[in-house]
Design a protein around this ligand. Sequence first.
Ligand code: G6P
Ligand code: ZN
Length: 549
Amino acid sequence: MNEIAGTRVRMIATMPFDDQRPGTSGLRKKVTVFRQPRYLENFVQSVFDTLALPPGSALVLGGDGRYYNREALQIIIKMAAANGIGRVLIGRDGILSTPAASCVIRQHGASAGIILSASHNPGGPQGDFGVKVNGANGGPAPSVLTEAIYTRSRALSAYRILDAPDVALERLGQSRLGEMIVEVIDPVADYAQLMESLFDFTAIRALFASRFRLCYDAMHAVTGPYAKEILERRLGAPAGSVIHGEPRADFGGEPPDPNLVHAHELVRIMNGPDAPDFGAACDGDGDRNMILGRRFFVTPSDSLAVLAANARLAPGYAAGLKGVARSMPTSQALDRVAQQLGILCYETPTGWKFFGNLLDAGMITLCGEESFGTGSSHLREKDGLWAVLFWLNLLAVRRQPVEIIVREHWWTHGRHFYTRHDYEGLDPVVARCLMKQLRGRLGRLRGERLGTRRVRESDDFEYTDPVDGSVTSGQGLRLFFEEGARVVFRLSGTGTEGATLRIYLEAFEPDPARHHLDPQQALAGLISVVHDVVQLRQRTGRHAPTVIT
Ligand code: G6P
Ligand code: ZN
């Protein structure tokens, strides 16, 4: 046993758990699973063993403030000290939004980061918890690393932890834990400064001075303090523009997921008689965003395309975009903008980590996903408030309503009608079997007529990373129809209960006379095709999706 400056490193014998394989976005499990004796410790030791950081390295720590955040952080701090970390940078009260953690890693030259979050999943004692690992570039660990962590977790026999009292996280400043320096930092400062360097705060201030009104829903999650500081204090949005701005460990009892279902108060306000000009919400850990106009919903895929088309209006992007990327299931609206701009549009598997190499190599500037994620080369995580500020910058310059900006975009580029139907909580065996059988039929479906449409192509999406050549297969079953229509089937990699089948539907409409249609109506033909082709009702017993976005 080593003695470190009066504190003792203990080696605790353990047995492996066999379910510590990180998913789309870190290891995400029920709080009750994480609270099992040795569970968190095992995973964190597997992370340290796999990262094998040189002694004395700096590590960023923080989380979205959900239930178990504080207890978990204390364990991780003590394990970091016992594993030779030289310095930990921790957000005050253990708080760091995911994009702010990415920002701190990059600005302080840290070697890695551990973010405690289960993103938009519910919080509280019966809710979810999660551990995400980020690298020195500030981005999520790539699959090779997460797989290596998993492999290590299967063979672990001991973990290292310092025998020491808890560290105070309420006050800014430095202290020591054994040989490790603990630095409690302002979770907002670095991030807010980065935002000021990208967007025209003077123009946005002028916008707010012109009676423009905003409603920003922090969903009782981590972005409350960030939004109050940036939107209300620095940009002059009237006090009260930020709603649900006090972070709570259970997010007020609702999933902190910025969509039309869960951000219902924002949706009610934006659909009301006295609706503000602009509405937005971010998720539990601050990396997702939803954008609304007055009585108008901007799909994440359209938001990404509009930002790409208007990027030059923001000072940070005035030089233009090097390239763009979207996850495969995201609509192809972005591709059309890229084509017009004469830049490349890359198509990656679902999961922000796949953008990392493209961003690091300088091949893309902007990227996004249909799952309410948008971001750019400024960080290596998607960034909710950044997207909100980007929209505000655009509105400050164009001085048009959100709806007009989007409709003009459709007029110029055509509209990609888009919807995602989720079937949550399915029996995993049923869901896997459905996917397997469809995969087996993909070849035969080619050329077949389904409803009124003919299948032009079909495949199981496989991605070859253009930077490191790594291949990721089995990323979603795709049916391409004539005239650019497409259906994608995928099983979610982020759920913690049963299996979630996601069906992504898209059809291109060049005719402005049809742009006013409701997407569910415009895509009705494709929706019924889907039901027939996989016999959804018969197999799952479900008559309708759990969530439609
Ligand atoms: C997280 C990831 C995203 C991903 C989303 C949906 O937010 O960071 O990159 O798109 O989850 O993933 P899923 O596997 O549930 O469809
Ligand atoms: Zn998130």
